[in-house]
Design a binder for this molecule. Sequence first.
Ligand code: TMP
Ligand code: MG
Length: 217
Amino acid sequence: MASPTRGAFIVIEGLDRSGKSTQAAILHSRLQGPEQSAKAVLLKFPDRTTAIGKMIDAYLRSQSELDDHAIHLLFSANRWELATSICAHLAAGMTVIADRYAFSGIAFSARKGLSYEWCRAPDVGLPAPDLTVFLDVEPEVARARGGYGEERYEQEGIQRGVRAMFERIGEEMNRDGQGKWVVIDASKEKDRVARDIWHVVESLAEGVDAPTAKLWQ
Ligand code: TMP
Ligand code: MG
């Protein structure tokens, strides 16, 4: 068998408080572990450390107001500013894990009433994930996990609408063969969810023998 040409690109998506950051960190350390030869890098969107990310952070903490279209484009620009480095990591054989990606971009903005097609357009052509793991929880379960209500969007009604958008995105991804979208029940206990994630990720841990696709192209 030919050796893989690049690392895999894995996205973890879900509602606020679905356990994404916890599970992304567990997956990251597992991929870095002594038995696996592949090294991994963990990214988080929004990346609040860049100049654009700081504008997004102020908006999320309600310290600034922005037109819905403007904040949508900032979230997208925040991904584009990391696109080259994602490709470089993959080419170097690293597994790239992203905690949220373009799917959050569409789901949160389209829920506000912006056109789905308009929301998708600025992310067309980004590096496409090989696998997206959607951590599914009922919005009331997420709310009960605490820490809710500190940021914009952390309200059960909003999260319910966002979840419906994610469902549509996932169905379309699988229908159009745009990289696998797998739904995992994230209401289970942490170690069980980590095992379920590993089950779908394991085959990608050694890398992928195909060029990185461009999202929605
Ligand atoms: P975080 O809680 O994962 O840091 O994300 C902050 C919020 O930003 C979260 O409610 C989801 C939202 N979001 C968008 O609205 N658009 C995007 O493109 C991304 C990445 C996140
Ligand atoms: Mg949050």
